[in-house]
Design a protein. Structure first.
Length: 237
């Protein structure tokens, strides 16, 4: 694909998913803020556009990049991947983060009060994410799977059309994006203070890893799964 300053960031992520690490390296939002052009995304993060374009061009010239098949794989395969790779990973990371932040609060809260802000934001994100996963795994994903298999639903869906739950899930993604931005600001881009102990550093590193995974996770749903599911629902009438 030809990438210019006017190319939407999410289009880059969809058409060239192996370039996602490049976008991550420059902290460019390709999921919730993916509708913005590359130039707009760079401006929002105070990043110079030219180096980003150069890096993306070099990336495209590589011949050993693996092909992504999520645009053509079955929706069932994609949803299975999201649950097994992203939902499960997030649940594990949230449990670990809860343990780490409790220890850091107890040992460093008096000298680093920002850790209480981290804890509050993390608890909010945890509650939202776990509820969100339950809605997807228990209701939305099974419905999409039945739709793809062209099966008659055993029970009427709890929503009038697929647009309704997908719109709600995307609103949840926006809320999660806001929580991630807040955590990134509170932690100074996940940079632990100079006097941070090993647990403190592990907390910030784990937060950063979770954020990176959630960006890819939300991208797969917002930019690939949901548009394909809506198109299929329209086709099936």
């Amino acid at each position: 694909m030809v990438i210019t300053s006017e190319t939407p960031v999410r289009e880059i992520a969809v058409e060239l998913p192996t370039a996602i690490p490049v976008l991550e390296r420059f902290s460019l939002d390709y999921c919730c803020g993916g509708k913005h052009t590359l130039a707009e995304a760079c401006s929002r993060r105070n990043v110079h556009l030219a180096p980003v374009l150069e890096e993306l061009e070099r990336h495209q010239q590589r011949k050993d990049l693996p092909e992504s098949h999520w645009k053509t794989a079955s929706l069932k395969q994609l949803m299975t991947h999201i649950v097994a790779h992203h939902h499960d990973f997030t649940r594990q990371q949230l449990d670990l983060l809860q343990e780490l932040v409790t220890k850091v609060e107890r040992r460093h809260g008096s000298t680093h009060p920002e850790i209480f802000q981290v804890s509050t934001a993390l608890n909010a994100a945890r509650a939202e994410l776990l509820h969100h996963f339950g809605c997807e795994e228990g209701v939305l994903f099974p419905h999409i799977g039945q739709l793809e298999a062209n099966e008659k639903l055993a029970l009427p869906p709890v929503f009038s059309s697929l647009d309704q739950p997908i719109a709600r899930m995307m609103q949840d993604h926006d809320h999660t994006g806001n929580e991630l931005r807040l955590l990134r600001e509170i932690t100074n881009e996940y940079q632990p203070p100079a006097d941070a102990c090993t647990t403190f550093r592990a907390l910030y590193r784990t937060l950063e890893e979770l954020a990176h995974d959630l960006h890819q996770h939300i991208h797969l749903e917002n930019n690939i799964l949901f548009p394909r599911a809506l198109a299929l629902a329209k086709e099936r009438g």
